[in-house]
Ligand binder design. Structure first.
Ligand SMILES: [Fe+2]
Length: 226
């Protein structure tokens, strides 16, 4: 489950990969084995190896962003890990939508549209029954499809009004999806996002800079001054 492919981390410093991979493994082993979510873990597994890989990778990139921001406290890492795992706990049963669909990928005439539009709130309700899910995790789940430019859902909130950890999980999950389902490397995934002038507005630009900084080895300040 935790084997990381070279293209997923290509360009990142080896020490950074090692540090974040250790923490990713520890957190995922801790939470994926909880009896409360074993049914969901099985569903992820049954849906296809790529879904589980995408979850693993979204945790890895979320922790990478936290590291770059120096948000390396245990409770913060636990929250983003749980947000990554549980964000789609109510969407995986939807059969006819693209994997981990974005709002611009869903056919407006799909019979599953209504269920899909409600899945962040439904997932948060479900997660509320787990005693390890606090209000911060609920907010990540509720806001995991909110976009920085306000074009997301369900509440259409924008910018810094979106919970910071939800912004992290949103970007990490988007990059993971492109890497797993489009067979991109991390670098290509970021390049494709930078080229997509409309999509890029969905994400917090400061977080995109942190990922670029991890890949280039330059601090965000150096990069901006360059
Ligand atoms: Fe989702």
């Amino acid at each position: 489950m935790f084997a990381i492919e070279e293209r997923w981390v290509q360009g990142l410093p080896p020490e950074l990969i090692k540090k974040i991979l250790e923490k990713t493994k520890e957190l995922l082993e801790h939470y994926l084995n909880r009896k409360e979510i074993q049914g969901y873990t099985k569903l992820l597994h049954d849906k296809g190896a790529q879904y589980l890989e995408c979850t693993v990778l979204s945790v890895f990139y979320s922790l990478l962003i936290c590291e770059k921001l120096d948000w390396w406290t245990r409770p913060t890492l636990e929250k983003v890990c749980l947000g990554c795992i549980l964000q789609d706990i109510d969407a995986l049963n939807l059969q006819n939508l693209p994997p981990l669909a974005e709002e611009d990928e869903v056919d407006p005439s799909s019979p599953e549209l209504s269920a899909w539009q409600k899945h962040p709130l439904a997932a948060a309700d479900k997660a509320s029954s787990f005693n390890f899910c606090n209000e911060s995790v609920r907010q990540i789940i509720i806001q995991h499809h909110e976009n920085f430019d306000g074009s997301g859902f369900p509440r259409h909130i924008a910018g810094l009004k979106i919970y910071p950890l939800a912004r992290i999980v949103r970007l990490a999950t988007y990059l993971s999806k492109a890497i797993i389902f489009e067979n991109y490397s991390l670098k290509t995934s970021v390049q494709q996002l930078l080229k997509n002038t409309q999509k890029i507005n969905s994400f917090d630009p400061q977080l995109i800079k942190q990922i670029i900084s991890a890949l280039t080895g330059k601090s965000v300040e150096e990069k901006e001054g360059a």
